[in-house]
Design a protein around this ligand. Sequence first.
Ligand code: NAP
Length: 312
Amino acid sequence: MQSCDPEIFSAEDFLANPKKFAAFDPPVRLAVIGDPVAHSRSPAFQNEALRFCGIPAQYTKLHVPPEAFSDVLRALPEAGFLGANVTLPHKAAALAGVDVADSYAQASGSVNTILVNGESLVGFNTDGPGLARAIREEFRVDLRDLRVMLLGAGGGAGRGIAVQCAMEGCQRLVLVNRTLDKAQALAQELAPYFHSERLSGPAERIVAIPFEDADLRRELENADILINATSLGMKRTDPPVIPSSLLTANLLVYDTVYAGGSSRLLEDAAAAGARCANGLGMLLHQGALSFEIWFNRSAPLDEMRRALHSNL
Ligand code: NAP
């Protein structure tokens, strides 16, 4: 048996001898697949969950460029893998590459969790459900009871969150995107979810608006929660996502960004007196949901949270 410090493997390494992963001690049976992937925090909390539950398996990182992704996917059963997480830029390719996908993954157009079932690959997406759990935990409220404004609705994460809001039947959904036509197309696609008897007022229950201060100000008057799913805020030098003058004390503010803990948006929101939270909860809960899919049992959330925070 080879003992292993399961850091990171390349696609060439994986494809050259997929069977070698079963020979590690404990065997490597799970991975996050991405390009880049070195920054991923998933191994820290997934390995802690495996250790805590006494499951003889390790979780590693596979650095896989787009041209090798489908070969790596098809080699997962031969490698003896139980499943995998998929991150950028492969989430859409993963939906195309699996044999079957659940309805949420299909609607969100991407897969972040794969379950190996014999020779077959089953796709799921836990990003949206993970966000819903994080919001419930942070703010003690369900998405379905909220009027949501979503910034960055045209991106991969934004689309998944919009689909989650629609499937949960949130009270109102305002889709904001720099490239407006992406938000408009998504609003049209999700409109059937919002046809119901539950009309709370004259405002349409799903709308798309541009990233303009006047539009944001008007729609924020009818919003309970602001969710940032743009890629702004990952770097300290990024401009503000929205002007701080638009943030008020009665808003909940959730920033999906988690690199570096706080973000400018969260600092501005806190200064305005708003309750706010960063994307670590979403990261944790999407991982816990993946664990539940692979092992059909509840995830050790407290241990995973501790491992995630000590890895920051
Ligand atoms: P993506 O597909 O590249 O989408 C980026 C989004 O940001 C698009 O809507 C884009 O608008 C918008 N955007 C980029 N630059 C902008 C600017 N200067 N002004 C206004 N909007 C701008 O990225 P993604 O994969 O969706 O990731 C987005 C964020 O979600 C990242 O911060 C990521 O860390 C976070 N995320 C967090 C978790 C978690 O577990 N916490 C999970 C997944 C993602 P256009 O459509 O106009 O280009």
